[in-house]
Design a protein around this ligand. Sequence first.
Ligand code: GLU
Length: 357
Amino acid sequence: MFKRVIIKIGTSVLTNAAGGVDEPVLERLVREIALLMESGVEVIMVTSGAVGFGREVMRSGNSSRHTEHTKVLAAVGQVRLMGAYARLFDAQNITCAQVLVTKDDFRDRDHYHTMRETFLHLLDDKVVPIVNENDVIARKDVSFTDNDELAGLIAAQLEADAMIILSSVEGVLSGDLHDPSTHAIARIDPTNIDSYQKFISNKKTLAGRGGMVTKFAVARRLMACGITVYIANGKREGIVQSILEGDTVGTRFVPADKISSVKRRLAYADGFAMGEIVVNKRAAELLSTKQHAMSILPVGIVTVEGNFNKGDIVEIRGELKKKIGFGIAAADAGRIRTSIGLKGARAAVHYDYLLIV
Ligand code: GLU
């Protein structure tokens, strides 16, 4: 039985064929989530739909209000989206809360921990956090690929047991969507995930930003962190309960063993490092063989790049720039620089805070 579950709902689930809000689906999903919470499961929702809802609002007015500016659509639509959730959760006697984040918040150590603390307080108070990207202020060059990526980061951050990605497809499909023999692959294991890569199509639904490529990549990362991932069709009645009762619906990614919360964060470190530590050939070889736990010691460091602080994520590289892994810096960049080459100096990254990739 899962204790903490992330449920990610895509725009294509929340909109109907005419592009409007699919109220009956939204209402049913909220009821299904309420049932789950009644059985003692903590739920964090990640929802898309702000841009889609905004488009609907702007199109329904007079023609001078037509806009395709996504930030305007997101700003208008996010209120409607949350309004709908608040009303539906109220009807179930459940309080929900809005959490808007940007990718930068996962890079900055203080934001990361503040965000995590707030989530935990909300869960303690039996409030459902409903998360979306803060599209209004997100910079184009630093935004999430899509909400699947965002949901994956939160799953790792909050040590969730499972993540359910609800989309308008049945799961990872065995062939072309229009071929009648095509079915959802029921189970993917860490040992055979590579053999399913060929089934991943880069087609996207018209409504949302994401596609199967990111869903698959997120599932791969999370299963390595010990988190079960499901991809299923959110339009199906009773989908949340079916999944958790073990029915054969959608695709289930079976996880590897659990890893520590620090290593989960590091498993997601790509693109979040605040600097680089370059190690010499000998250290690179020893680290890469993964024979035994090894810290990054100043004696093996060649250069330190960037101006990171103690506690920030750093990338560990070999002299030819080959990526070795990620770690949490035990001191700031300046201090590590002054100890480069010194024998017996304190570790720059302790092995408990190091993940070799
Ligand atoms: N944040 C976007 C929205 O609320 C959706 C991003 C996505 O489709 O993944 O409209």
